[in-house]
Design a protein around this ligand. Structure first.
Ligand SMILES: Cc1cc2nc3c(=O)[nH]c(=O)nc-3n(C[C@H](O)[C@H](O)[C@H](O)COP(=O)(O)OP(=O)(O)OC[C@H]3O[C@@H](n4cnc5c(N)ncnc54)[C@H](O)[C@@H]3O)c2cc1C
Length: 385
């Protein structure tokens, strides 16, 4: 019974649950974590971590190195014959992104949590019955704070009456790995490549010296990864002889905005707390940022002083930009003419694409880019009106 007593109980030990556990433990909280699966936990993901996410991981005590996976130096968009590329901004120094298998990331997060003394219960579903306290292996859990990190279909969200939400987009995502040497972009280094077709997008992320991760998203319920790849001739040709190194996995990807993410002593984090479509590649970064905010909010673990007020009031700001980006990118998904026009504008104005990437990694603000490139953006909008 004593083992079920803690300051903070976290339901779900995916990246969000583990990051929250580490951030809270670093602030001195006694944390108990439970997950229905066994580690290392896999999940469909593009598996690319941008420089700002790597910085957050370092703050959690997990300094990722390229040898954990493979480095990439920027982003390339490709649609038909048009390609636009940008490296990460020089303000980041020589910082790269790193692609790594989801299971590797999970193992590294778990090793760090274990090192800090986070207690974990694996292969154990948190049972949430209406109007009943949560239980673990038929035992009640005694906590001051309860955190729902139980993913997109969070049951804790419904249990805590936080289900009121606005779902702005709903699509289908896939992931597979192939043995093939990551290829270089125009800059001579590997990039994360986002290929567009009328069926959806395919992301290519280097995850090793001889492996890439392919993830794809579509709004068409009957379309599968193979069809999306087939609709993109460059990828179809490159992957024709590459050996798959994992089995294909699929799941739903949503842009979901919740009215509230806390209720009394319960808070949601990660996909449970709202999300931006996978095309943004932001889910992990969002989870890390929320973990720091949650730990700051609960920093005085003394129950007389700690509260979830800061978390509730500042949470929306973390999701706002990725959700706006998701809306814009999904507009390009639905409107091929707008997509072609936009990529042409980017190709003719590489500085605009470079600065939008800088916004994405937190090095510039969107209003600043709009101010500098207003005429080009206005022309783009007029052309599509
Ligand atoms: C196709 C695709 C590509 C993506 N690409 C990227 C990308 O490139 N970069 C990026 O940053 N993000 C990407 N994402 C998003 C990212 O994968 C998610 O945002 C991230 O997994 C969210 O982590 P989480 O911990 O909140 O949820 P999950 O990873 O879903 O973890 C939830 C955990 O809770 C556990 N759980 C659920 N219910 C219970 C229960 N009752 N009891 C105990 N345990 C429970 C589950 O077993 C699971 O381990 C992508 C998503 C998709 C679908």
């Amino acid at each position: 019974m004593r083992n079920n007593t803690c300051d903070v109980f976290i339901a779900g030990a995916g990246p969000a649950g583990l990051a929250a556990a580490i951030a809270l433990r670093l602030r001195g909280a006694d944390v108990l974590l439970a997950d229905a699966q066994r580690p290392p936990i896999d999940k469909p993901c593009g598996e690319g971590l941008m420089p700002d996410s790597l910085r957050d991981l370092t703050r959690l005590g997990i300094p990722l190195e390229p040898h954990h996976g493979a480095a990439f130096t920027g982003i390339t968009f490709a649609s038909g014959e048009t390609r636009v590329s940008a490296d990460f901004p020089p303000s980041l120094g020589n910082a790269t992104g790193i692609g790594l298998r989801r299971t590797t990331l999970h193992r590294l997060l778990l090793d760090r949590a274990t090192e800090l003394g986070v207690r974990c219960s694996w292969n154990t579903t948190v049972i949430l019955s209406p109007n009943q306290p949560p239980t673990l292996a038929n035992q009640p859990i005694h906590y001051r704070w309860l955190i729902g990190a139980d993913g997109q279909a969070s049951r804790l969200r419904a249990w805590a009456s936080l289900e009121s939400a606005h779902v702005r987009s709903r699509r289908f995502g896939f992931r597979a790995h192939y043995r093939i040497e990551p290829w270089s972009s125009e800059s001579g280094q590997p990039h994360v490549e986002v290929h567009w077709s009328n069926l959806g997008q395919a992301y290519i992320t280097p995850t090793g010296h001889d492996e890439i991760c392919v993830s794809a998203m579509t709004r068409h319920p009957h379309v599968r990864l193979a069809e999306i790849l087939h609709s993109i001739p460059t990828l179809r040709d490159r992957l024709a002889t590459a050996t798959p190194t994992s089995s294909e996995r699929g799941c739903i990807t949503l842009t979901r905005h919740l009215r509230r993410v806390t209720h009394n002593n319960v808070a949601l984090i990660g996909d449970a707390a709202g999300s931006a479509d996978a095309i943004t590649g932001e889910g992990l970064g969002l989870a890390f940022r929320q973990a720091f905010l949650l730990a700051e909010s609960l920093a005085p673990i003394n129950p007389n002083h700690a509260s979830l007020n800061l978390y509730e009031s500042s949470h929306a700001a973390i999701l706002a930009l990725p959700q706006r980006m998701a809306s814009l990118l999904l507009l390009l998904d639905r409107h091929p003419r707008l997509r072609n026009r936009t990529l042409h504008v980017f190709a003719n104005r590489p500085a605009l694409f470079r600065e939008l990437l800088a916004v994405h990694v937190g090095e510039q603000t969107l209003p600043g880019v709009v101010f500098r490139h207003g005429p080009a953006l206005a022309a783009l909008l007029l052309a599509t009106a």
